[in-house]
Design a protein around this ligand. Sequence first.
Ligand code: GLN
Length: 476
Amino acid sequence: MTAQDVLDLSAAQTARTIADRGASAADVVTASLARVAANAALNAFVTVASEADVRVAADVAPQGILHGVPVAVKDNIATTTLSTSCGSRILAGWVSPYEATAVSKLRAAGAVIIGKTNMDEFAMGSSTENSAFGPTRNPLDHSRVPGGSSGGSAAAVASGACRIAYGSETGGSVRQPAAFCGIVGVKPTYGRVSRFGLVAFASSLDHIGVFGRSVDDAAVGLQVIAGHDPQDATAVDVPVGDYRAAAGRPLTGLVVGVPTEYYPASLDAKIRAKCDRAIDVLRQLGAEIRTVSLPHTDLAIPVYYILAPAEASSNLARFDGVRYGPRAAADDLSDMYERTRSEGFGPEVTRRIILGTYVLSQGHYDAYYLKAMLVRERITQDFANVFASGVHVLFTPTTPSPAFTFGARSDPLDMYLSDIFTATANLAGVPAMSQPIGLVDGMPVGGQLLAAHFREADMFCAAYALEHALGPEALA
Ligand code: GLN
């Protein structure tokens, strides 16, 4: 078997093949770099590791579950060997003096980091058009976006350069690009994976997430980075389940909720049909399907676009030394706009800082920030109620449309609506994932599974079964 062939095996099989001496780890990572180079037109990577470096890393890689497996990491996750620029001019070329816990865990499991992937600046966006290093292209159609903000990681996996890549999620930035690129994307429970070394966007919503070519790749990818971390007070000490144990398990006894609010009359009929088909398949596999309601769903986007910018305005102040605190008077904002732009942030990041400072400013705090916090509680309670009623997982579309063309969402409000089905999980902190369920107009669409806090295993159980039953239909 050639190293190129090994690259097409699942991540777990790749590691096993290397352990059995069916291929050398160094040759596998070199083959991966060759695929990155062959797909340079995608602009999926901001930085690619050198062949000499990955071969050395592969030679000394521990014989863990990802022994010799090439992985890509989003450019907002700190690595000491490659720069971490967050898609921003302001951090271009910056090399972190410490490493993210997730990255240390990957290395300990034997993975080899092939490069840092392109992203919307500071993870703000849904298309990877907002990067200071130029946009990333969708591997399935170069005239379309790969989704965002983790578009580079999604494109790296979808183009075959690697089976597993890491991204970050604040409102859907792993699930949405996974849906657009026809791969699997997982956002774990808030607190399941350490964010130590993830550059902060909106701390109460940020997560590290994982892309996999298949459900199993994503399950292994999450397994390796999950768990308690004393370096991150939010990475709690709850035992990590065995996400792969669910593979092949029957769905008898599993209750799948179908929330009406995620299937509005305005939903694209072709996407609806793909979801209906997936729900039928889950039913045939033995799951009980129940119609449920999450009544505050339509408030998720307004709430998200108050809370995320509010937290971002505070987190990003550290980069440009903007002296206006969160309680600045609203009058200072136009002055602040000039200053923020001149410091090197792009237009979307600037917009968020202004918006966030506004909703936190004296006189507006109660009307916006405080109210949004209260509504966030209701959204969280909606999920708690549904899961307490005996539902194990929810099934919804991941996005309201397949991948769009470059420039098609130039109005920021149109772009913000891309997150309509994903932002709820970040607000509530529940785990959620997207997997391919079919093509619409030649482009993939994703089906989303959500579960109760720390019940990732339930979600994976349904995902493995659905993937197996759909087979090639998942991308047809
Ligand atoms: N698209 C959303 C935003 O622009 C979500 C981004 C993310 O999850 N990082 O804020």
